[in-house]
Design a protein around this ligand. Structure first.
Ligand code: T1G
Length: 690
């Protein structure tokens, strides 16, 4: 049963029991059972007060996100039950532990008294799902606490501690006991309690605060913040009218692409950790001590990420000067975090206390996990893994941070290929959330499970890829870049391409991205691919730029000039080079619309992503999306390239791909067989995510 009740000393203790997060699930029967149980307790003459608690790890993680893709009218039942709780003639006490988030906190707001364990966290994170608190939160919170604080909590979606909640007046007491004991003690010491519905309060001064906030609202792809302000403004009026407006705007948001994209991202991130046939990451071997081989930019960044997870780390860098630079980079980064208030001095010191800088690879003999982060050269990697094979303890995980090289060839240098896995961090490794976990042909499932657990342990998002050129992210990125380069030949210039993609929502356009990452990196990949894939040439434009020694920000110029080292300024020399190159190819340049730019770049990602899924390099389309949302600046409100494919409709995707197949470089537009198959059977990529 998702709801339990026992009566103790005339108090009906109602427990939400719906693992894993006690979500207020409609399909799971939680909401209906809660309503029935509350009604029965109201009618029970032996009951004088009600207490609501959560079973297991938390009070309640919110409404069930899965419910929003269905008939939204069903959500009215959540509101009805909460309104009935608030209208109770008997006092209702919510006793929170773990978390009370979203609908979970709204449930507590419908109660008359709120207690929270000192370690609990409370919040209204709906905005991060493109939603608004749709069960009374926008109406009750501004009535209970200062409206500007209420708005900040709803617009940020952040969690606050029990102490902070007490300070702002959200709860009545911080407790140290188990939830039920805390509630019974509260009733005994403060009783007899009277019902105290928040709805009877008024939200004084809310209108001015809303207007002030609306003036500073940043317009983005997520319409939820503006709707939250509209609802909060209505809190100045009658509760029932505000609740009706909230319900209407909630439904509008729930059906929006932004919310569906954000919910897809939330669920897809958790799905990515589920690998068929693999033991749950929770049962995998825990990493107690890690090591990094290589003290360059990536090695230092990875070491910082490991230190941030309270793990000890040994960084091996044979070159003394480079070792010193690695240490300085780590210390400076921690010092900057302290200066910015993101870290206390003590925490920074503790991290440095767990760092060991070594010159000899024998220092990693006891490590549970060793991450190789030397430069992208197969001989260098073979050398490291041959040495590790002789030194690392039996059972240690040997990981390579390679971004493109063949992990199976690396594993073949060892006598233990089952212990070899790829951990492709994205730069800067201490900031970027994504880690591509590369499963070699011989990687042991237990090693893969431990790698997934480690990536979660360091607070990052792990997605499993099989071995291929570029794994998932970079392989798709190469097709995205290919189209961007062809667009330059056809008539667009760098600024237009980057602006079009950034206006659509990408964090940074493709050409600016390459100027930032280093054009020489792309040059090396194209040179290798010119040998390995001669039938798939790129435009010569990026090579012409590299041949001028212009590698982007690192050389002060690439597609753009960088007079201040970071800000791109259009460069007439490059723009002229592009015009001249089109002329040399005999191309009659034409006006290219921003729509065509976005469409060709997006379709190229979708097409290559479909190939990657059908080859089994990615387990499911949503894994491709999670990679793009967490590693390539794809806007979460757009859900990812594969989600966008379903948004367009695969028949439309196929029609457009076939249109471009009839244009110049049509060979680059061969539709992926999976897209053809799904389009012809009227199915969606999302159907493969289960
Ligand atoms: N609905 C459905 N499933 C949920 C869920 C939810 N609200 N929260 C978590 N899950 C699933 C998750 O997909 C995963 O599934 C499992 O639970 C464990 O999650 C009407 C509209 C609560 C802090 O935004 O922040 O209320 O992979 O790995 O690290 O106004 O989950 O095991 O199958 O994250 O311990 C608002 C979202 C909803 C909170 C627990 N609530 N959840 O973290 O576990 S909208 C949220 C979280 C709403 C109302 C509005 C975290 C957590 P699986 P996990 P965790």
């Amino acid at each position: 049963m998702p709801i339990r009740q026992v009566v103790t000393d005339r108090v009906a203790v109602i427990t939400l029991s719906h693992p894993p997060v006690n979500a207020l699930s409609i399909d799971g029967g939680v909401v209906a059972a809660l309503g029935e149980t509350v009604a029965a307790a109201q009618a029970d003459p032996t009951v004088s007060a009600l207490v609501i608690v959560g079973d297991g790890r938390m009070f309640c993680g919110g409404a069930d996100i899965m419910d929003f893709d269905r008939d939204l009218a069903a959500l009215d039942t959540v509101r009805d039950v909460l309104n009935r709780i608030e209208a109770s003639a008997k006092p209702v006490v919510a006793s929170i532990h773990g978390v009370a988030l979203g609908g979970g906190l709204e449930l507590a707001l419908a109660c008359h008294y709120r207690l929270a364990h000192r370690d609990s966290r409370l919040g209204l994170p709906e905005v991060s799902l493109g939603l608004l608190p749709g069960s009374g939160g926008t109406q009750r919170l501004p009535r209970l606490i200062d409206p500007s604080t209420a708005i900040e909590l709803m617009l940020s979606g952040r969690r606050i501690t029990a102490a902070q909640a007490l300070e702002v007046g959200l709860i009545d007491a911080v407790t140290e006991q188990a939830p039920i004991d805390a509630a019974l003690d509260f009733i005994r010491t403060h009783g007899p309690l009277a019902p105290r519905p928040i709805g009877r309060l008024t939200a004084d001064g809310v209108a001015a605060v809303v207007e002030e906030q609306r003036a500073t609202l940043r317009q983005g792809l997520n319409p939820a913040p503006a709707h939250i302000l509209t609802c909060v403004a209505a809190a100045a009026g009658p509760l029932d009218e505000g609740l009706a407006l909230e319900a209407r705007l909630f439904a509008e948001l729930a059906g929006s692409e932004a919310s569906r994209g954000l919910r897809h991202a939330f669920l897809g991130q958790r799905l990515a950790g589920r690998i068929p046939g693999l033991p749950a990451a929770t049962s995998a071997a825990k990493i107690g001590a890690a090591a990094v081989i290589g003290g360059g930019l990536m090695g230092a960044g990875i070491a910082l990420a490991v230190l941030d997870a309270d793990l000890p780390v040994v960084v091996v860098e044979p070159n003394e000067a480079a070792r010193g630079r690695a240490g300085a980079k780590i210390r400076d980064t921690l010092a900057r975090s302290v200066q910015k208030g993101r870290l206390t001095e003590a925490a920074a010191e503790a991290r440095l206390g767990r760092l060991t800088l070594a010159g000899d690879i024998s220092s990693v003999a006891d490590a549970d996990l060793i991450i190789e982060a030397v430069f992208e050269d197969m001989d260098a990697k073979r050398q490291v893994f041959t040495a590790l094979d002789a030194i690392a303890r039996p059972g240690a995980i040997l990981a390579s941070n390679t971004s493109t090289l063949d992990l199976d060839a690396v594993a073949a240098c060892t006598s233990r290929p089952g212990d070899v896995v790829g951990l492709h961090f994205f730069s800067p490794a201490n900031i970027m959330k994504l880690v591509e976990i590369v499963r070699g042909a011989k990687t042991d499932p237990a090693v893969l499970a431990a790698a997934l657990g480690f990536v979660k342990q360091i607070g990052k998002v792990g997605v499993v890829a099989s071995v291929c050129d570029g794994f998932i992210g970079n392989r798709i990125f190469e097709e995205y870049l290919r189209q961007a380069y062809f667009l330059l030949e056809d008539g667009a210039l760098p600024r237009q391409i980057d602006n079009a993609m950034e206006a659509w929502g990408m964090a940074m356009g493709p050409l600016r991205t390459m100027d930032m990452a280093g054009q020489d990196i792309g040059w090396n990949i194209r040179k290798r691919r010119a040998v390995e894939q001669p039938d798939r040439p790129y435009s010569r434009i990026p090579d012409l730029i590299c041949e001028m020694g212009r590698f982007g920000q690192k050389t002060g110029s690439g597609y753009y000039q960088y007079p201040d080292g970071r800000t791109p300024v259009d460069d007439p020399v490059i723009n002229q080079l592009i015009l001249d190159h089109s002329a040399e190819l005999g191309i009659q340049r034409r006006d290219i619309s921003d729509l065509e730019i976005v469409e060709r770049c997006l379709l190229a990602m979708i097409n290559e992503g479909a190939r990657i899924v059908s080859e089994g390099v990615a387990y499911r389309p949503s894994d491709v999306d999670i990679i793009y949302l967490n590693g390539y600046g794809f806007p979460a409100e757009r859900g990812g390239p594969m989600f966008q494919g379903d948004q367009m409709g695969l028949q439309t995707v196929l029609t457009k791909i076939r249109f471009y197949q009839d244009q110049r470089h049509g060979w680059a537009w061969e539709p992926a067989a999976l897209l053809v198959d799904l389009a012809e059977s009227d199915r969606r990529l999302g159907a493969l995510n289960a």
